[in-house]
Ligand binder design. Structure first.
Ligand SMILES: C[S@@+](CC[C@H](N)C(=O)[O-])C[C@H]1O[C@@H](n2cnc3c(N)ncnc32)[C@H](O)[C@@H]1O
Length: 286
């Protein structure tokens, strides 16, 4: 296993402007946000810039909030390659797009280059950025999320992106149940992405607890990985675990497929060049 830092650089649509004091200042499209970021234990490098924020999240950095934005801001859009992601502020601090994942998405698109009609599974797919980028590149994507609201938002993003013809099956379903069923059906995928939360609920109130439920899910993911697969990409946030542990799990379940595993941290590169860690990952490649 190799260990690395996968860095998301700013692009025309998103930038980490500054961080520090337990918060981060970001540009999402036309809107400037301040959000909690407990890992930013240093000082901001441009304190005056923070006065230019349009709105600030006052509350915890937990996925389900609670908290509130200081000033109302209507929907705004972040362009990312061929996709247009609608961002929307609610009762938690997530605007609807995880920019640190961009290197994963670009790598997945690159890995499928030259493969016509690859089947891709996007588990815990949220608002659909990975699904839309891969479908725009020609993959047939199956997108799974337990939240009806997230599925509806992802469909809105498809519409806003003008990607109505891109092949995505949007399915509201529990990720573990769906994959177990795909194992029984003997289905296979050339690419699989998983972005599980620490805790979650399936549509029928099925409990998702990452430490208990990820190992069996990963075993099933291995079983539906096609012999000619190009990637399995796993991201994990806000858990007390090491990238080594996430990488070791990936190595174990993917051993029958050969290949290699890279694990490490995802980080956003600030304008000043400083890196802000966001999450850990493990990637399998043939
Ligand atoms: C926001 S993404 C992941 C982001 C990131 N990993 C985090 O924890 O902040 C998590 C997605 O998983 C979905 N989800 C939670 N439990 C699920 C389950 N059991 N099956 C399928 N999707 C689930 C949520 O609806 C959400 O859209």
């Amino acid at each position: 296993m190799t260990l690395s830092v996968l860095i998301a650089d700013p692009w025309d649509g998103y930038a980490l402007l500054d961080s520090g004091g337990g918060r981060k200042l970001e540009q999402y499209g036309d809107v400037r946000l301040v959000r909690p970021e407990p890992q930013a234990m240093w000082h901001p490098s441009e304190p005056d810039l923070w006065d230019t924020a349009d709105t600030r999240f006052e509350g915890t950095d937990e996925d389900d909030g609670p908290g509130r934005w200081s000033d109302p801001v209507g929907d705004f859009t972040v362009p990312i390659g061929p996709a247009r992601m609608i961002c929307r502020l609610g009762s938690n601090h997530h605007p609807g797009l995880f920019p640190e994942q961009r290197p994963h998405w670009d790598n997945a698109v690159a890995a499928l280059r030259g493969y016509e009609g690859a089947e891709v599974l996007n588990l815990f797919g949220y608002t659909g950025a990975a699904s839309l980028l891969l479908a725009a590149a020609g993959a047939k994507v199956t997108h799974i999320d337990a939240s009806k609201k997230a599925i509806a938002w992802a469909r809105e993003n498809q519409e806003a992106s003008g990607l109505q013809d891109a092949q995505v099956r949007w399915i509201c379903e529990d990720a573990s149940k769906f994959v177990a069923r795909e194992v029984r059906r003997g289905r296979h995928y050339q690419g699989i992405l998983l972005d599980p939360p620490k805790f979650g609920r399936g549509p029928k109130n099925e409990v998702w607890n990452l430490f208990d439920d990820l190992p069996p899910l990963m075993a099933d993911v291995s079983a539906i990985t096609a012999p000619d697969a190009r990637f399995v990409i796993l991201t994990a946030y806000a858990i007390r675990a090491s990238a080594l542990a996430v990488g070791r799990l990936m190595e174990e379940v993917m051993a029958p497929h050969g290949g290699s595993v890279e694990a490490g941290e995802l980080a956003l590169r600030e304008r000043t060049g400083r890196l802000l860690p966001t999450s850990m990952f493990a990637v399998w490649r043939p």
